[in-house]
Design a protein around this ligand. Structure first.
Ligand code: ASP
Length: 581
């Protein structure tokens, strides 16, 4: 599943609080709501109806249902479940139906059965308004045990807690849950809508590209596949990037693919070795064109039971994202922004601030945690300071703001009156707030503060403060990235901020030859609630320029990309694209 979509699924549903019934009903509702035609769910198979669809309008109908036994009550009622919902079945009690009763009473839970009978109204007082099929029940005439179920490793009930490991080990059983069914069906519907929007409304062509390929320089590590020829290997593509650019050279003009990508990046919580992207490329397009396309695409395919998306999405330059949120993927659902307070501390007596400010890139940064004094414990502050020391080799000082500015902080006595007033004004602090302060090189100090901002948000939320509305979808374009960034392991060398095919900003091209680190790019990322869910760029379509970037700036082996460089020489149109996922 696309990582971003799984996040969306998670955020769209509230599994723990709803009853199973409600989730089943919402799964069923979303299936009907999102398509114009109601799909035929029982064609070609051994049932007449699904368990979730029967209503009072079906009274008197003879039906055949297939499903899993979800509950049994006093050998009188049985609740049958399929992908569409739940329905109550009345187990016949009369002698003549003894064999039917035996099947339905003896089959273990989660066995698969087929029942045939009549749709009848539930007796007065027994209707269940929480159940979409709660007005009716099935008076069974015949029953067949299709397959019996052994004792399961966990119960198929959404409210039953189970570990992630167990869920993964028995993925096929986990898929029986209403939540997982909902997620997969939502994904399928959204992909369908996306295809509709791209192909039918905007003339895109769905092209499948190879997965056995050769190495692409730069970017993530690739998986290597042995070939039959000794010493020769294939690489699995990190993305169809080269193929989609070649398709533009081939005149395809508008390409998309629901594409599998492979990256051997080790295990990080937000990374998977294989994942899916909605991959897009267009000729004769600029940055605004790609952004508008994506906004339209998401708006069109957005689940119909959610508030519609408002477009255009806001946009933020990379430099501002770093300075105010300490990251290139800011979570804009809440404030607590990083503030530069260097100027206020130019004459400070606090040693580590003095030290930092005496260096060329030295800064002092702060964030204000509203009501932090009330919600953060001493041990939280200690672990924040330890994190800063262990991971950033930086000092972080807390200032607890109290009435009468009688502050409680290791630095309180060194903070002069006007510095204190300045802090209050710049950070708009109030009583019971906590200010966290650090000092160091701009980028490093911002990244640290960005991490602490999220950490503090988690801590406050764990104590019941609502900072990030779970129902909010805060989309944001991050733009104006630098084309290159210093390599982490060797900051003297440069690497691409996006990938080596990204075009420089037209007004910065001259800097490529003199100060490449200052060149801005035509790269844009789409961020949702603090997660990067897409990224793309306008590409270099000039072979010479591409050669220069690969060879001179990035010091890559150009031979590996000679086919692409050659293609760019044969009338490549200007082009750009993006991938979501
Ligand atoms: N291929 C790029 C990626 O996977 C996306 C793009 O530039 O279109 O990140």
């Amino acid at each position: 599943m696309f990582c971003w979509l799984s996040r969306l699924c998670g955020e769209l549903s509230t599994p723990t609080r709803r009853t199973t019934q409600l989730i089943w009903s919402s799964a069923a509702r979303s299936m009907v709501l999102s398509s114009q035609r109601i799909p035929e769910l029982s064609s070609f198979v051994a049932r007449t109806n699904t368990c979730g669809e029967l209503r009072s309008s079906h009274l008197g109908q003879e039906v055949t249902l297939c499903g899993w036994i979800q509950f049994r009550r006093q050998n009188i009622f049985l609740v049958l479940r399929d992908f569409h919902g739940l329905v109550q079945v009345v187990i016949p009690q009369d002698e003549s139906a003894a064999s039917v009763k035996k099947i339905l009473c003896e089959a273990p839970m989660e066995s698969v059965v087929q029942v045939s009978g009549t749709v009848i109204s539930r007796p007065p007082g027994q209707k269940n308004p929480k159940m979409p099929t709660g007005e009716i029940e099935i008076k069974v005439k015949t029953a067949k045990l299709l397959n019996s179920c052994k004792k399961l490793p966990f119960e198929i009930k959404d409210f039953m807690k189970k570990t992630e490991t167990l869920r993964l080990q028995y993925r096929y059983l986990d898929l029986r849950s209403a939540q997982m069914q909902y997620n997969l069906r939502l994904r399928s519907q959204m992909v369908m809508k996306m295809r509709e929007y791209l192909c039918n409304l905007h003339g895109f062509v769905d092209v499948e590209t190879p997965t056995l390929f050769k190495r692409t320089p730069g970017g993530a590590k690739e998986f290597v596949i042995p070939s039959r020829e000794p010493g020769k290997f294939y690489s699995l593509p990190q993305s169809p990037q080269q193929f989609k650019q070649l398709l533009m050279v081939g005149g395809l003009d508008r390409y998309f693919q629901v594409a599998r990508c492979y990256r051997d990046e080790g295990s990080r919580p937000d990374r998977q070795p294989e994942f899916t992207q909605i991959d897009i490329e267009m000729s004769f397009v600029d940055q605004t064109g790609v952004q508008s396309l994506i906004e339209g695409l998401l708006q069109y395919s957005w689940p119909s039971d959610k508030d519609p998306l408002v477009v255009p999405f806001p946009s933020m330059p990379f430099a501002e994202a770093l300075a105010s949120y300490g990251t290139d993927k800011p979570d804009t659902r809440f404030g607590m922004k990083i503030v530069d307070i260097s100027d206020m501390f130019r004459n400070t007596e606090v040693g580590f601030l003095q030290d930092a400010l005496s260096k060329p890139q030295g800064t002092v940064k702060a964030i204000c945690i509203r009501k932090g004094a009330k919600y953060l414990k001493r041990k939280d502050i200690e672990s924040i300071r330890k994190f800063a020391a262990d991971h950033f080799n930086e000092e972080v000082l807390p200032i607890f703001l109290k009435t009468n500015e009688n502050w409680n902080s290791p630095v309180a006595k060194f903070i002069m009156e006007e510095q204190g007033l300045g802090l209050v004004k710049l950070l708009e602090t109030q009583e019971e707030d906590v200010v966290l302060l650090t000092a160091g090189e701009h980028k490093k100090a911002c990244s640290l503060m960005g991490k602490l901002r999220l950490e503090c948000a988690d801590l406050l939320e764990a104590r019941g403060v609502v900072l990030r509305d779970p129902a909010l979808f805060s989309f944001l374009w991050v733009v104006d990235f630098p084309l290159f960034l210093p390599k982490e392991e060797n900051p003297q060398e440069l690497e691409s901020a996006h990938h080596p095919f990204t075009a420089p900003h037209p007004s910065d091209i001259h800097l490529l030859y003199t100060e490449p680190h200052k060149v801005r790019s035509q790269h844009y990322d789409l961020v949702l609630n603090g997660n990067e869910i897409g990224g793309g760029s306008i590409r270099i379509h000039n072979s010479e320029l591409q050669h220069y970037v690969l060879d001179t700036v990035l010091k890559e082996d150009v031979k590996l990309l000679s086919h692409l460089l050659q293609a760019l020489d044969y009338g490549a149109p200007p082009h750009g694209g993006i991938a979501l996922g």
